[in-house]
Design a protein around this ligand. Structure first.
Ligand code: HEC
Length: 122
């Protein structure tokens, strides 16, 4: 009887831990972090939905647009510059309103995760 009880407790314990760990394994933690950084620091001015203009342009499709913006800059370089030195290149039709303080306020880890996340916005 005690054995049966222990056995069923063991089953419950295994079942309980197996489900969340499978779910977590399907999410990329770095992309989740990048999305969170975006939500906190960028989403007030940038939509990720196409054709939706807030203060700045929608970043839907930025992963492919970024490489076409400035000659000689690949997507990653353009995105880094756009975030760290936004005044260097102003998107046509917009004003120079993006803060130039992200180099100070974002940690290196958050910055890298943010760039990886932006590169998924195809
Ligand atoms: C106060 C509003 C504001 C905030 C906050 C802001 N931006 Fe911007 N952003 C703009 C504006 C306005 C532009 C267009 C002018 C320019 O090119 O600088 C822009 C331009 C950009 C561009 C260039 C887009 C293109 O189509 O080439 C990128 C990339 C970008 N922002 C990323 C970000 C990221 C990432 C964050 C968060 C870390 C952020 N922005 C935060 C207002 C903002």
């Amino acid at each position: 009887m005690l054995f049966l009880l222990l056995f069923s407790l063991l089953l419950v314990a295994c079942g309980g831990s197996a489900t969340p760990s499978t779910a977590i394994a399907t999410l990329d933690p770095v992309l989740t972090q990048g999305q969170e950084v975006f939500r906190i620091h960028c989403a007030a001015c940038h939509a990720t939905q196409a054709d939706m203009t807030l203060v700045g342009p929608s970043l839907a499709g930025i992963a492919s647009q970024a490489a076409l913006r400035v000659e000689g800059q690949d997507a990653q370089t353009y995105l880094s510059n756009a975030i760290l030195r936004p005044s260097e290149y102003i998107v046509t039709g917009y004003q120079n309103l993006m803060p130039n303080t992200f180099g100070k306020t974002l940690s290196g880890e958050d910055f890298d995760a943010l760039i990886l996340y932006l590169l998924t916005l195809e």
